[in-house]
Every structure is written in structure tokens, then in C-alpha cells.
Design a binder for this molecule. Sequence first.
Ligand SMILES: *Cc1c(COP(=O)(O)O)cnc(C)c1O
Length: 411
Amino acid sequence: MALINENFLKLKAGYLFPEIGRRVTAFQQENTEKAARLIRCGIGDVTEALPAACIKAMHEGVDELADRASFKGYGPEQGYAFLREAISANQYDGLNISADEIFISDGSKCDTGNILDIFGKGNRIAITDPVYPVYVDTNVMAGNTGDANESGAYAGLVYLTCDASNSFVAAPPAEKVDIVYLCFPNNPTGAVATRDQLTAWVNYALANDTLILFDSAYEAFVQDSNVPRSIYEIPGAHQCAIEFRSFSKHGGFTGVRCAYTVIPKALMGSTVSGEKVSLHQLWSRRHSTKFNGASYPVQKAAAALFTPEGKEQVAALIHHYMGNASLLRDACKAAGLPVFGGENAPYVWVGCPAGKTSWEMFDLMLHEAQVVITPGSGFGAAGEGWFRISAFNSRANVEEVCRRIGQLFQA
Ligand SMILES: *Cc1c(COP(=O)(O)O)cnc(C)c1O
């Protein structure tokens, strides 16, 4: 009989979003009338239509495939040069990232998970708490952890607690780690790291031979010009960091699927015996062996985000979502709840009323306001007592959510 990867058995059952789905479905079945009022601010998925420039480019791509003379089969595994060059010029202008240091893929979720293929066993790995669950679960699957304890923390991982006292931005730990996952602007907390805070991380990484896995899926939402959008804005980062970016939130591509990973050629890993090896080379080998490139019309659509019209349309989308975030922040503050995030990120991170757990707050919002939020404890033990509201929605829905929050917490 086929032996299984027993690491999967360590994964906690009832992943966050299935449990949310289960509770929402149960509510809908028991409350058919109220269910019609349901507004979902839970899963971090975009809601607005694709930018017109992308739709046009995607149609053109399809037309090219429809004609034998312009037909394209397999493309380059690393992605078409036209897209990698557009990313290098537009996203990394002045940051010394060349087109051949960029790998196009069909998503950052896969990239942040797949990257573990190129690392060996025995790395000391740090993650923040709360955290995007993909970083943790993929390490569990890869056998980089022991079992989870009562509160869901896995043996072997170094947890960096983020809470109100550090404004949900972890400082580098006292101990040495080999790999650390950082995500700014953050999902779920909406926190951003300042230039000084990221500089402290890069300096720590250089001093301790630590690799930073930097997820900047939400960089397009940064409003404050002092907040870095890329880890490569920090001197030294080319020697210690991989950056993951996605068009999912940038261009509303969650259903289209396109992302990229940046691995500078200067970045090195080590064999057990101390020999330095290029991570770029390893990832290139991995990518071209296990991946055959993102779809051509999709890469055309992604490149269209960098045209003048595309940039304007993206700016309008971001403006829309950030307007929502601002309304949600104000409504939660007016309700007397502690509020973080929502200023450079599409997520507002809100403290539960005194004495309520995250799931109690989830049930309260579902049953009393018919608003679906995400319980903070689903992102880690330190998320207990907090919840996330997503700003991905129509303006009308957000205004209604704000009204309901006002009603729920009046007096
Ligand atoms: C949405 C999101 C991504 C993007 O994932 P895709 O697979 O590209 O859609 C990456 N990281 C975080 C933290 C996210 O929230």
C-alpha cells in the first residue's frame, strides 16, 4: 500500500475558512429571512471587475491563440520577457532587480509554499503570530515542525508575537534563525513596517545569515510614501531576501491567477558542509522542472497593468478599496473598539469588546448583524481577542456594514 506523508496528519483539522463556511451555512439554514441580509467581509477576496486594460489585453491574447500564424504553445517557464521586463521597470525602478531575477507563476500561495522545495532539513524557521496560515501549514507538510500543542502552535517553529504593544510589527528575535517569513502590508492585521523596522530586520538577517521570505502581496495598497513597498528598498536586502508578489490584490487577479517571485542572483544558501549555492539557480531548476509557465493571455493581461491606462485603473481600484477601509476604521472606532491596520492595507484589524473571544465575536456579528468577519484566533494564538474585516467589497455594502456596527455597539 502507498505510504503517506505523515506530516499531513499533524495539520490541525478544521482550517479557518471551512469552519467559517460551516457556521455561515448553518446560520443560513436556520434563519432564512435574516440570511438574505448577509454581507461577507471574511475571506480576503477582491470583489470589483478586472481593470478594462487587462480585459482588452486578455481578449487580444485569446485572438492571437485563435490564429495559427500567431498561436503560442508552451512559453518560457520563467515567464514571458515582456512581463518580466515590465515588472522590473515598473515595480523595481531604481532597485536593481533585473528581469531575469523575476519568476512568473500562477500565484503567491503556491510560490510561498513551493519555495520550501529548495531548502534542506534542520532550518530554524520563524513566523509571526498572527500569520497567513500558508507559511505554517506548508512547513508542517514539509516536515519542518513537530506536533501542534493545545493552542495550535507547532513544536520547532519560532513564533514572533505581534500584539498592540508592538503595533503588530515583530522585532527581530534575540536568537538566531535561518529563515523568517515577513508579510507587509500584513494579512491579517493590515500592519506595515517602517523603513527603520525593515532596516533592523535586514541588518539582523545579514548579521545572522538569515534568509527573509518577504511577502508583499499588498504593496499596491501602501498610501504613505515613507512606508517601503519592497524589501529591496533596504540596503543589503539583495543579499538576504526573496520577495513574493502577486497580481491577485494589485490588479484584482484572484480568479485570473498570476504572481511572481524575485530572487536576486547575489542571494546564497549553504550546504551542510558550508559550500555557498545560488538560490536563484536552485529555484530556476525547480521552477522549470515542476512548472510550465503561466497562461499567455493572463501574462498579457498582467503586463497591461503597467500601461498608462492600466496604472490609472489600478489606482482607481485601490482608491475604492482604501476608501472602504477608511469607513470601516471610522465605524469601529466610533463603536469604541481598538483599531489597527486599514491605512496602508485593505484589512482592518479590530479588538473584540471586553471579554469576548474572536469566535464569540464572529457569532455575534453573524447572528446580530449578519456580517461575516474573520476571527483573529484563526491566524494564530496571538490573534485571540481580535477580528479582521476585509475592505474588499462594494461601497454600498461597506456603508451598510458600518451602519450595522454602529447599531450593534450603540449605548
Ligand atoms: C492574497 C495573498 C497572496 C496572494 O496569493 P495568490 O495565490 O497570488 O492569489 C499572498 N500572500 C498573502 C499574505 C495574501 O493574503
